[in-house]
Ligand binder design. Structure first.
Ligand code: HEM
Length: 209
């Protein structure tokens, strides 16, 4: 009995099941979306560079488009589940807010000095909160600019918001670039604080005592 109580008090719940499932589905969907998107971009680049084809998915334009459209459904449906859960359950409010520019600056500087404390894994620091909110925002911009490129005639109101078809392509690319950058830093942080990784599978961590 005592052992059971000990066990119960030793563990803290960190990530809800919905967040864990949608996180890993999202990783798969974004990996497919980004690498097939790079192949689509290579067919008609609007910046003076191409993405090395070894990093792309789909083999050729039509193959890449098929991957892109297939993973699009996964990304959007999974994104709707994650964002709806985040808002309705209060997860976003609890874990990602409040957030001030001052707190972000403070925690980013501390992180760069290697001094950012991350003892309580159930609380995100301001740098993490900003990164996760930016990821969600990039996702929304990517979906809407993607819709504008996909159906520029039927969804011309959305396309107009981005300044037309070409504008939507540029916004889509820039949102992808920002997302990839944030994800690279995110993965680097996980490598630097590896004990956060199992929590994204099990949902719990030992209480720091
Ligand atoms: C497409 C790539 C990725 C995106 C968009 C992404 C996005 C996110 C988001 C939004 C959160 C916060 C979840 C929440 O509480 O609502 C999160 C947390 C987390 N992610 Fe990712 N992620 C990506 C890739 C990865 C990868 C590859 C790993 C593992 C190497 C990873 C490991 C984690 C961990 C461990 C946390 C929890 C951090 C903590 O508790 O301090 N993520 N991710």
């Amino acid at each position: 009995m005592e052992a059971m109580q000990q066990d119960r008090t030793d563990w803290v719940r960190i990530h809800p099941l919905v967040v864990r499932i949608t996180h890993w589905i999202n990783v798969l969907a974004i990996l497919i979306m980004v690498t097939s998107g790079w192949r689509i971009y290579n067919a008609s680049p609007f910046f003076p560079f191409r993405i090395p084809s070894e990093l792309t998915l789909g083999g050729w334009l039509a193959g890449a488009l098929q991957w892109h459209f297939a993973a699009m459904w996964l990304l959007v449906l999974n994104g709707i589940v994650y964002v709806t859960y985040g808002i309705v359950s209060g997860h976003f409010k609890r874990k990602l807010l409040p957030l001030t520019p001052r707190a972000i600056l403070h925690d980013v500087l501390e992180a760069l000095r290697g001094k950012l404390a991350h003892e309580d894994l159930s609380v995100y620091n301001a740098a993490q909160r900003a990164a996760y909110l930016a990821i969600i925002l990039c996702g929304v911009v990517l979906v809407f600019s993607g819709l504008a490129i996909w159906k520029p005639v039927q969804l011309q109101e959305i396309t107009a918001v981005f300044g037309g078809y070409e504008g939507a392509r540029v916004v889509h690319f820039l949102a992808m670039a920002l997302l990839v950058l944030i994800v690279l830093v995110h993965v680097l942080m996980v490598i630097l604080v590896p004990r956060t990784l199992p929590t994204m599978f099990t949902g719990r961590a030992r209480r720091a005592s």
